[in-house]
Design a protein around this ligand. Structure first.
Ligand SMILES: [Zn+2]
Length: 329
């Protein structure tokens, strides 16, 4: 009898991963409440206890103020538990070592093991059930930046210490989205410089001819040699870099080529406004970019995730005086 109820809820009423992407927060909250009641009945435990356990497993302190990404993960966790009510929730994930210095990212708000397979909210890489996922703290400037969804382990801890080419591209995209110059640390500068110098004919691309990147390449090298925490690339130069990399013959992996194509497409849409977004209402900054992205005729991994995201600036190095002050305090 209980088995039938479980299967009905799990397969018929409870949203699949595809449906979860379209269900809005109020409906999701109702589904979760219904699921909690069903699971409590199956386990013979009070609903409050089951809800508290679910909150712990999904990294939610308060369901009333949880955002849609947290609710989605709670729904995923609930679906797994409804299918196997007797299975205990996953153990706490191991403490992760964060890089130090300019590659360091802030301590995540919450870290857990993925309830089911999903994809990263930043780089879109597939994540298997049981792998570490987490969410960053809310952005400092919430008027400008949007909160990111659940991130993979690499995006949570290592994307600035061991940047992949895609990490540098994503960083450039989200800065351009926010109408801001791009700041790169020495690791990111090194990755970008190597990439730019890979194709001997890169200087023949029309974008390079129109806006030579010679001094930029030298700045990237200096940053790398001096291990600078921050090197700023102006918006027009960042756009040239994207176009040059997109056109050059030595684009290696399909994932990078796909991401470059998506960035070029969205940059073009921001310039040409093909959906006729009202500029008077949204201006020409990040709010306008977000509207254009949302209404794109050709969705990409970038438009599906939105933004702009705050991908973190390296904090300035602590001076000897500050260290002394802190010790003395
Ligand atoms: Zn990722």
């Amino acid at each position: 009898m209980f088995e039938t109820v479980t299967l009905d809820i799990a397969t018929a009423d409870f949203p699949s991963e595809t449906e979860l992407a379209t269900v809005q927060a109020p409906e999701l909250a109702r589904l979760i409440e219904g699921g909690v009641t069903s699971l409590a009945a199956l386990l013979g435990k009070p609903s409050e206890k089951v809800r508290a356990q679910l909150g712990k497993a999904a990294g939610i302190k308060d369901f009333a103020s949880a955002d849609i990404e947290d609710l989605r993960e709670a729904a995923r966790t609930l679906r797994v538990r409804l299918n196997a009510p007797s299975v205990r929730t996953a153990p706490k994930p191991p403490r992760m070592q964060r890089p130090t210095g300019m590659g360091q990212l802030p301590v995540p708000r919450t870290v857990k093991q993925a309830a089911i397979a999903m994809s990263c909210g930043l780089c879109a890489d597939p994540i298997k059930a049981g792998e570490i996922i987490g969410r960053t703290r809310d952005p400092k400037n919430s008027r400008l930046h949007k909160a990111m969804g659940w991130l993979c382990q690499h995006c949570l801890y290592e994307r600035r210490e061991k940047p992949r080419r895609r990490d540098v591209l994503l960083r450039m995209f989200h800065h351009l989205f926010a109408n801001s110059a791009v700041d790169l640390n020495a690791h990111e500068c090194a990755v970008l410089r190597t990439w730019l110098l890979e194709d001997p004919d890169i200087e023949k691309t029309p974008s390079w001819q129109g806006d030579p990147l010679t001094t930029t390449v030298v700045r990237l090298q200096t940053s790398q040699q001096e291990e600078k925490a921050t090197t700023w690339i102006a918006v027009p130069t960042a756009r040239t870099i994207i176009h040059v990399l997109h056109k050059c013959a030595a684009v290696p992996a399909p994932a990078e080529a796909e991401l470059l194509t998506a960035i070029v497409q969205h940059l073009h849409e921001w310039d040409t406004n093909p959906q006729g977004i009202e500029r008077r209402r949204h201006g020409s900054g990040p709010a306008f970019h977000a509207q254009v992205l949302q209404t794109t005729a050709c969705p990409s991994v970038l438009s599906e995730r939105g933004g702009p995201f705050d991908l973190h600036h390296a904090p300035p190095p602590v001076t000897e005086k500050e260290t002394a002050d802190a010790d003395g305090a």
